[in-house]
Design a protein around this ligand. Structure first.
Ligand code: BES
Ligand code: MN
Ligand code: ZN
Length: 488
């Protein structure tokens, strides 16, 4: 984790190993850049004339040994056109600046980007978001890599904020820790991060944060409770299922309950997935990972509320013991469900976990899941899919996503879609047909949350970046923490 500090001196006096300043396109210097320009006898302006510094959004230039400065390096980052500058571009510039730091032998950097005006945002927002962007860029997966020779690593980031002394940077530290945990759990390979590993991690969290209590339900208890859907999904795996419950008691009101899909690997089961891209299905526990991250953030920030995190951790494998297409499963809620595709397993473990969660009498119930490829088709990777019957809750979550730029977009959960789940062999099926797959998955879950103040977040597109070097994003930890911070 990076350490964040507030910076109150001008660029000229900064002792850090690198200074970050911004410039707009059209050769517009920000005030910190102008100060450096003056100190260095007009160097920045000359480099803009020559085209070495363009000011294009996210473009960076690294300058060494500027005259008149104690800091040995300056990183100039482009902010794009000034009239288009907004919150999203502010974050983009921050991200690119921190990406450009990778591999540099710098231990502490000083950023003046927080001085740039962002429409409708105050200094607290700029500090929190800049710090999160910095920590996001600084995270490196190393768990299964050979140890590299010791190098200088970035440890501290100082943000210019002369006349501010609130807790924005402490808040950022709490959120960043949660995002990191979610990313790390997501990135770990499925032969390490299996259901038992997730259960161990919950105990580990509880050891580090005594305000978090942990309970792990084993297969025998699930059988007693009648969790026929969750157990069917786990049947083909040698890794026993675990239902992990984390209970943070920071307040005495009704709890905010979060249920995260924890499929530690999704082969599809008997309806096996194609080989190409199957390795990405190690990320199918990112909903659970986000709940772990949320618990850590909430405990660090000592939020004065009760938060319960429930993660069904299960592996979906093909085997002689696997459940099959056309099986009819009896859920804990008593509904009979016909399996039309064993690859629609997320909703089957979630429905029993959601039913179990009702014993906590939730103030609000939120599930988070890498649930459908259809959601990725609809929204791509930029937005999490949000479904809820409760407009007030939906709007609160959308706003929290907007604030943290961990954005969600709402899809309808109209009654009209429910009929797509009808079947002749059970109360309903686990599949809604070809169209509106993200919504019919939401409809399936809605049948287990009736009467609750409930929202469903489909993070299939937002939870990780695709590709060989794809990495978990830790979304939507920031959205959820932001929303909880606004609750009394
Ligand atoms: N984990 C997948 C969803 C998924 C797919 C997430 C691709 C991210 C990228 C889920 O379990 C699944 O397989 N869903 C099926 C449902 C279908 C069989 C109704 C899907 O989306 O294809
Ligand atoms: Mn699946
Ligand atoms: Zn899945």
């Amino acid at each position: 984790m990076l350490e964040f500090k507030r910076l109150t001196v001008r660029p000229k006096e900064v002792a850090a190993s690198l200074i970050i300043v911004g410039v707009f396109e059209e050769r517009m210097l920000t005030s910190a850049a102008a100060e450096l320009d003056t100190a260095s006898d007009g160097l920045l302006k000359r480099l803009m004339e020559s085209g070495d510094i363009t000011g294009r959004l996210g473009a960076t230039a690294l300058l060494h040994q500027l005259a008149g400065l104690s800091a040995p390096r300056v990183l100039v980052v482009g902010l794009g056109e000034q009239r288009k500058f907004d919150a999203a571009r502010f974050l983009r510039a921050n991200r690119e600046a921190h990406k450009a730091l990778k591999g540099l032998p710098v231990e502490a950097v000083a950023s003046y980007l927080t001085e740039v005006e962002v429409p409708k945002k105050d200094i607290a927002w700029k500090l929190t978001q800049s710090a999160l962007a910095a920590d996001y860029a600084a995270y490196k997966y190393t768990a299964t890599l050979k140890a590299r020779a010791e190098r200088v690593e970035l440890r501290e980031v100082h943000f210019s904020a002369a006349s501010y002394d609130g807790d924005a940077l402490d808040r950022a530290s709490g959120i960043a820790a949660g995002v990191r945990l979610a990313r790390e759990l997501g990135n770990l390979p499925p032969n390490i991060c299996n259901p038992a590993y997730l259960a161990d991690q919950a105990h580990e969290l509880s050891r580090r944060y005594p305000d978090i209590g942990v309970e792990v339900l084993e297969r025998a208890e699930m059988e007693t409770l009648g969790m026929g859907a969750l157990l069917a999904v786990s049947a083909g795996s040698e890794n026993a299922p675990k239902l992990v419950v984390m209970d943070y008691k920071g307040g005495s009101g009704k709890p905010y309950v979060f249920v995260g899909k924890g499929i530690t690997f999704d082969t599809g089961g008997i309806d096996i997935k194609p080989a190409a891209g199957m390795e990405e299905m190690k990320f199918d526990m990112c909903g659970a990972a986000s709940v772990f991250g949320l618990m850590e953030a909430v405990a660090r920030l000592k939020l004065p509320i009760r938060v319960v995190g429930i993660t069904p951790a299960v592996e979906n494998m093909p085997d002689g013991k696997s459940y099959r297409p056309s099986d009819v499963l009896k859920t804990m809620a008593g509904h009979q469900v016909e399996v039309l595709n064993t690859d629609a397993e997320g909703r089957l473990i979630l429905c029993d976990a959601l039913t179990y969660s009702l014993r906590y009498d939730p103030h609000t119930l939120i599930d988070i899941a890498t649930l459908t490829g259809a959601c990725v088709v609809a929204l791509g990777s930029h937005a999490t899919g949000l479904m809820s019957h409760d407009d007030e809750l939906a709007n609160e979550l959308l706003a929290a996503g907007e604030t943290t730029m961990d954005r969600a977009w709402r899809l309808p959960l109209w009654e009209d879609y429910q009929s797509q789940l009808e079947t002749g062999y059970a109360d309903f099926a686990n599949l809604g047909g070809k169209y509106a797959g993200a919504i019919t998955a939401g409809c399936f879950l809605s049948r287990f949350t009736e009467g609750q103040r409930w929202a469903h977040l489909d993070i299939a597109g937002s939870a990780w970046d695709a590709g060989r070097k794809g990495t978990a994003t830790g979304r939507p930890v920031a959205l959820m923490v932001q929303w909880l911070m606004g609750q009394k």
